[in-house]
Each structure stands twice: as structure tokens, then as C-alpha cells.
Design a protein around this ligand. Structure first.
Ligand code: SAM
Length: 239
């Protein structure tokens, strides 16, 4: 998977993503990351990339031409028109399903806006997906791009060392993950649930599934409506 992030702040992207699991996957060559500086495609003496909005109003708008130039440079380099995600509070809200879908691409372009956003005309020409990371407004698209790259990367085969962990985590099957415990067996007077010490795999799996269902019912009842529960599990929940 190759990520191409079109941004005014390349250092933010490169510094933010080179660590931990994603950093390791980059070292292994499973992921590649480039930050394309939109400012390099400004066609004026002062490398200016923004201007006042037509019609008036607060703030500045990123102009179409430099954004288009940055996009065209990526397209030319890879030899085809890739999927382009514009990070925007006006997009569909990002979720695990979309992360899985995007992980199937060979190249992904993330377009980060700043100020009041980007001239609509270039968005119409290059963007394939308008994606928000939640119903709040940030100052720029860099953090949302990093959030998405992190979540998508976890779905790229080989990135997670334990293949299982991707399958049992929250949102798989529309359930939140069960509670986790590690050593010691007792901490602040609280004991690890007995069943987890039993070594009985079937009982552990049953307990974890029940905990997932209970936790989802308590914290995210909206998800539970979409989860596929057996009749037995529905009974368990109603008790
Ligand atoms: N004027 C825009 C509006 O009201 O929709 C908001 C612009 S925001 C201040 C600047 C940039 O931050 C956006 O172009 C976008 O790239 C990014 N951004 C802000 N909030 C975001 C969110 N919730 N999800 C994704 N991107 C976001």
C-alpha cells in the first residue's frame, strides 16, 4: 500500500506516522508514505496557495491550481487515477468498514484542507471519497489523514504481527471487544475473572463473546442492532 498525502504541512505527516506498528510496517516495505507539499505547486513568487473567498466571509480558501498540480504529479508518477480521499467534516463518517475497503487499494491519496477549505472546482475534478472523522471541526486535514492511514494500515495483510487481533477487535461483527487483563492476577484488590485463568478455551471464548455483547449493549446500543446474535445470545442479554 502506498499513501500519498497532499498537504501544506508535510513534516506533520512524516513525523506523526513513522513510529510503532505503522513505522515498522514502513521499514518492512509493507507500507510506503509520501507527503506531497501542495506549496511546491504554487505558481507564484511567494508560493501562495490561498486567497479570499468569492462572495466575502471569514478566512481564506485553498486555491484549485496548486492542489490540482500536486494531484497530477502523483497521478503521473503512479500511472493511473487513484482513489482520492478529501478529509472534510462534510463527508461520510469514517468507520472500520471503510478502512477495510480502502486497504484493498494499491495507492491512496489523502487531500488535506486548511483554513476555510479548498476551492470546490478542484474537489469536483479529483476527489472520489469525501470522508469525515467525526462531527467536529479541526484546523486541518492532517490529523484526520493520519487517523485514517493508521486504521487502514492495520487492515493491510502483514501489518499486524498477530493476525488474530484484527479479527476480534471492536467493530468486528458490530460488537465492541471484551475486557482485557494482564499480569498481575490481583491489582488494587481486583481479581482477573476466574475463567481467564482456567485454560479452558471454549469457556474463555464463550465468556468473551458474552462480555462483548454486554459491553456493546451498555456502551453502543446502536451497534448492537446491527450485530448478528443467536437466539441463545438474545436470551442471555434479556436476563
Ligand atoms: N469550512 C469548512 C466547513 O465548515 O466545512 C471547515 C474547514 S476546516 C477549518 C479546515 C480543514 O480541516 C478541512 O478542509 C478539512 O480538510 C479538515 N477537517 C476539519 N474537520 C474535519 C473532520 N471532522 N474530518 C475530516 N477533516 C476535517
Amino acid at each position: 500500500m502506498k499513501y500519498h498525502v497532499l498537504t501544506l504541512f508535510p513534516e506533520m505527516i512524516m513525523q506523526g506516522l513513522g513510529v510503532s506498528i505503522i513505522g515498522r510496517a514502513m521499514e518492512k516495505g509493507l507500507l510506503e508514505l509520501e507527503a506531497v507539499n501542495i506549496r511546491d505547486y504554487a505558481n507564484n513568487k511567494h508560493n501562495k496557495v490561498d486567497d479570499y473567498p468569492y462572495g466575502g466571509g471569514a478566512g481564506m480558501v485553498m486555491q484549485a491550481a496548486p492542489v490540482y498540480g500536486a494531484y497530477e504529479a502523483v497521478k503521473e508518477k503512479i500511472g493511473y487515477a487513484p482513489r482520492v480521499v478529501y478529509l472534510t467534516p462534510q463527508g461520510e463518517v469514517f468507520n472500520q468498514q471503510l478502512a477495510k475497503e480502502l486497504a484493498k487499494e494499491d495507492d491512496l491519496v489523502f487531500l488535506c484542507g486548511h483554513y476555510e477549505g479548498i476551492d470546490e472546482r478542484v474537489l469536483e475534478e479529483v476527489v472520489t471519497d469525501f470522508v469525515s472523522i467525526g462531527d467536529y471541526v479541526l484546523t486541518g486535514g492532517e490529523l484526520p489523514a493520519m487517523v485514517m492511514i493508521d486504521a487502514v494500515s492495520r487492515m493491510v495483510p502483514g501489518v499486524l504481527s498477530n493476525g488474530e487481533s484484527g479479527e476480534t477487535e471492536s467493530f468486528e461483527g458490530n460488537l465492541l471487544e471484551y475486557p482485557q487483563y494482564s499480569r498481575p492476577e490481583e491489582w488494587h484488590g481486583k481479581k482477573v475473572p476466574e475463567v481467564l485463568l482456567s485454560g479452558h478455551h471454549a469457556n474463555i471464548a464463550k465468556w468473551r463473546r458474552e462480555q462483548s455483547i454486554l459491553r456493546t449493549a451498555q456502551r453502543r446500543p446502536d451497534l448492537l442492532e446491527k450485530a448478528r446474535l443467536t437466539e441463545k445470545e438474545k436470551d442471555f442479554l434479556s436476563k
